[in-house]
Ligand binder design. Structure first.
Ligand code: ZN
Ligand code: ZN
Length: 92
């Protein structure tokens, strides 16, 4: 499922188009980048425009991991709806 991430390192991720709202982020007020990853790590996007991406990435490692877990929970891979159970209980 497509979602939008900030590339400035503030870890903003949302389902709809928008702009970075984090005043401390170097991408503040810049549009979010579309991403269609399924693991919640967003490839290299999260720190792509950070002045020190490697440093920021390792500093935020735990937070990124936590968010990835939450992301996968909120966006399960199973796209198909569970099949309806046939109502066979007809004995009265
Ligand atoms: Zn940001
Ligand atoms: Zn993503």
């Amino acid at each position: 499922m497509l979602h939008y991430v900030c590339t400035g390192g503030c870890l903003t991720v949302q389902d709809s188009k928008g702009f970075c709202q984090a005043t401390t982020c170097c991408r503040f007020r810049n549009p979010l980048t579309p991403c269609d990853c399924t693991d919640g790590y967003h490839g290299n996007w999260l720190f792509r425009n950070h002045p020190e991406p490697e440093k920021a990435r390792s500093a935020a490692q735990a937070e990124v991991k936590k968010k990835a877990v939450a992301f996968r929970k909120a966006h399960p891979l199973t796209e198909t709806e569970p099949a309806k159970k046939p109502s066979t209980s007809k004995h009265h």
